[in-house]
Design a protein around this ligand. Structure first.
Ligand SMILES: [Zn+2]
Ligand SMILES: [Zn+2]
Length: 257
């Protein structure tokens, strides 16, 4: 039976449409026997007009590193906002300069620099309906080349089909992870089929996956049974599940470049 020790993708109230605090998420994670959770609140125009989560995410030092025995990892789910693979708010400038800043600094720079790891996902962006397989593939490859990003969030559910071999080759080259997101199994069969195809390609290419709940309330933290069942069905190599242990997840994050 496959299992995970880290749920790398959970949301708190700071996402704007989730229901639990980090304390409630940690308490549920402890009951599930998890060793760590990632606080991966939304950051991007789709869900968080302006930057409501930015201040809290930049203030992780106000939290204990371990709550109820569960390590809290600083993450973010940042929106991919165009086919060039730009990330949310990339073209905004911080309203003030810090010592040593020689060029305009986006709020993303200090945010991403302060994360234990970062997830980049497509939700919605202007012009998205003009997507093609080639544009989508190029977009994901640009994101995978970004050293600040470690995981592509729910690629099976984002609605932008891409060339699996090209994206897996790029992920492998940069040591990045693709996410198998349990929340995607709430979607119609074409989405769950795509998740399965992605997992099969990751197995072929030796790309690690991050299995996550994408919980928007504490009760779903660590709930990844459907994702794990699919991986078992296709005999996915368990050693490619990056978050099978806390140590394997940390090693996978450290190997990203
Ligand atoms: Zn998402
Ligand atoms: Zn999410």
């Amino acid at each position: 039976m496959y299992s995970i020790q880290v749920d790398p993708h959970t949301h708190t109230l700071f996402s704007g449409h989730a229901f639990s605090t980090i304390g409630e998420n940690a308490a549920c994670a402890a009951k599930m026997g998890l060793r760590a959770i990632g606080q991966a609140d939304h950051y991007g125009p789709t869900f968080t007009h302006d930057l409501p989560g930015w201040g809290s995410m930049m203030n992780m030092k106000a939290l204990p590193r371990v709550i109820d025995g569960v390590t809290i990892l600083a993450s973010v789910e940042i929106d991919i906002v165009d086919f060039q693979g730009h990330l949310a708010f990339w073209d905004q400038e911080m309203p003030f300069k810090r010592p040593g800043d020689t060029h305009p600094v986006s709020p993303n720079d200090p945010l991403l620099a302060s994360r234990d790891y970062a997830i980049a996902s497509v939700h919605r962006f202007p012009g998205m309906e003009e997507n093609t397989l080639a544009k989508n593939t190029e977009m994901y490859c640009r994101v995978l080349e970004n050293p600040a990003i470690h995981i592509i969030g729910h690629p099976g559910r984002a609605g932008l089909r891409f060339d699996l071999d090209t994206v897996c080759r790029c992920a492998k080259e940069h040591g990045k992870m693709l996410e198998i997101n349990d929340h995607s199994f709430d979607s119609p069969a074409d989405v769950t089929d795509e998740c399965r195809r992605i997992a099969c390609k990751c197995a072929q290419w030796g790309v690690q996956v991050a299995v996550s709940s994408d919980a928007h309330s504490a009760w779903f933290v660590g709930q990844v049974q459907r994702a794990l069942a699919m991986l078992e069905e296709i005999s996915f190599p368990p050693e490619l599940i990056a978050n099978r242990t806390l140590e394997s997840f940390q090693a996978a994050v450290a190997a990203c470049h």
